[in-house]
Ligand binder design. Structure first.
Ligand SMILES: *Cc1c(COP(=O)(O)O)cnc(C)c1O
Length: 432
């Protein structure tokens, strides 16, 4: 077969882009060479519907072993006893849990999308909002922190089957104990979607959700630094609160309900190449090197947040406990939108994403916020001493934006881009 030059040239260009820029998208990271190698392996050729030891296809004796290693390492990493490592993505993991614990039309609660929540926690354009009845809780307008009193009040009113903790743009830790008390009052299942801070949780840098939550879901490609994918974990299995039974008349266990919700419920054959790669990443996340890495991610975020505050920006909730922060641009530049900043910074090879801030006065297409995270630049090797410099570069660009033309002068952009490229040339992407 002739080599596909078209696509491999695009892959080369993407590699260049990743190498030259400052990557500050909070949900992105750079995987290791061995994580990439496992993902691009012959494991992709194998059909393995079912679970290790219980497959619908022959020839699964090897992938059974690699999937089992992924399960065992995931359990070790989070102190869990049950793991399903097959979800193709975080959203798929959530869909499977929803299917396992709810019936169509049931009510559940999640953090409002515009307050930091995720699309898969009940947005009307997502299956979670189409099949079920989502009710949102919010952050407090003054503190920017999740309003647990409001959550309790809403839960008592709407009697949800499920309450979902976790967010995509929330820089504070969660009070899982309080949420469990609320869930218990109304007989709800408590699930935490830890997609963003999973790596910090795994290594004990944030509260342990499995101490209080019945179920957790996560992606594997954000702070966990594995291949793109999802998984579902439990510390203790439990009987279905709805009392659904097996053909033998026994009450079904949640682990069995989750496994059948993933396959055949929402997915077909598992991506065994990605699962092998997840196993590699979980092995890495158990190492001392990863511990040093994830501590540095947190340190970099806290130093960066302080540098933004020192420059006069307001960070929602006043700071960060994790790897990320949400900046309200209105605090310094009322006329500048998140969209203008995202588009202008990308020209200077700095990648961030515009984001709604709680109680935003602008639409999701414009936004007044900027979400920033440190997992990717920390993988590149940047330490806290470089954070004020990066903030300086970002502030330089934002200050130069003319809201009338929605961008900054070319000379300014070029000058900042030259500095960005020079800085990053000292931090080779280790995978390449
Ligand atoms: C990223 C994220 C997801 C979705 O993950 P995908 O792999 O993109 O489907 C789900 N929940 C939260 C909280 C997230 O941040």
């Amino acid at each position: 077969m002739k080599r596909d030059e078209k696509i491999f040239d695009l892959i080369r260009q993407e590699k260049e882009r990743q190498m030259h820029g400052i990557e500050l998208i909070a949900s992105e990271n750079f995987v290791s060479e061995q994580v990439l190698e496992a993902m691009g392996s012959v494991m992709t050729n194998k059909y393995a519907e079912g679970y290790p030891g219980k497959r619908y296809y022959g020839g699964c004796q090897i992938v059974d072993q690699s999937e089992q290693v992924a399960i065992d390492r995931a359990c070790q990493l989070f102190g869990a006893t049950f793991a399903n490592v097959q979800p193709h993505s975080g959203a798929q993991a959530n869909m499977a849990v929803f299917q396992a614990v709810m019936n169509a039309g049931d009510t559940f609660m999640g953090l409002d999308l515009s307050h930091g929540g995720h699309l898969s926690h009940g947005s009307p354009v997502n299956a979670s909002g189409i099949l079920y009845k989502p009710v949102a809780y919010h952050v407090n307008k003054e503190t920017g922190m999740v309003d647990y009193d409001e959550m309790e009040k809403i839960a008592l009113e709407c009697k949800p089957k499920l309450i979902v903790a976790g967010a995509s743009a929330y820089s504070r830790d969660w009070d899982y104990a309080r949420m469990r008390a609320i869930a218990d009052q109304v007989g709800a299942i408590l699930m935490a979607d830890v997609s963003h801070p999973a790596g910090l949780i795994a290594r004990g840098l944030l509260n342990d959700p499995l101490k209080y939550c019945h179920i957790i879901t996560t992606t594997t490609h954000k702070t966990l630094r594995g291949p793109r994918g999802g998984m579902i974990l439990m510390r203790e299995d439990f009987a279905d609160p709805q009392g659904r039974t097996t053909p033998k008349g026994e009450v079904k266990m949640m682990s069995a309900l989750i496994n059948s919700a993933v396959f055949p419920g929402v997915q077909g054959g598992p991506l065994e190449h990605v699962i092998a790669s997840k196993a590699v990443a979980f092995g890495e996340a158990l190492s001392d090197e990863y511990m040093a890495y994830i501590q540095q991610v947190k340190k970099n975020a806290s130093v960066m947040a302080q540098a933004f505050i020192d420059k006069g920006y307001y960070i929602i909730s006043g700071g960060t406990d994790n790897h990320s922060m949400l900046i309200d641009l209105r605090s310094k530049f009322p006329e500048v939108t998140g969209k203008m900043v995202e588009n202008t910074l990308v020209l200077a090879d700095i990648t961030v994403n515009k984001n709604m801030v709680p109680f935003d006065s602008r639409s999701p297409f414009l936004t007044s916020g900027l979400r920033i995270g440190t997992p990717a630049i920390t993988t590149r090797g940047l330490k806290e001493d470089k954070m004020p410099m990066i903030v300086e570069l970002i502030d330089d660009v934002i200050s130069a934006i003319d809201p009338a033309v929605k961008t900054a002068p070319e000379a300014k952009i070029n000058a900042v881009r030259a500095e960005v490229n020079k800085l990053m040339s000292d931090y080779p992407l280790f995978a390449w």
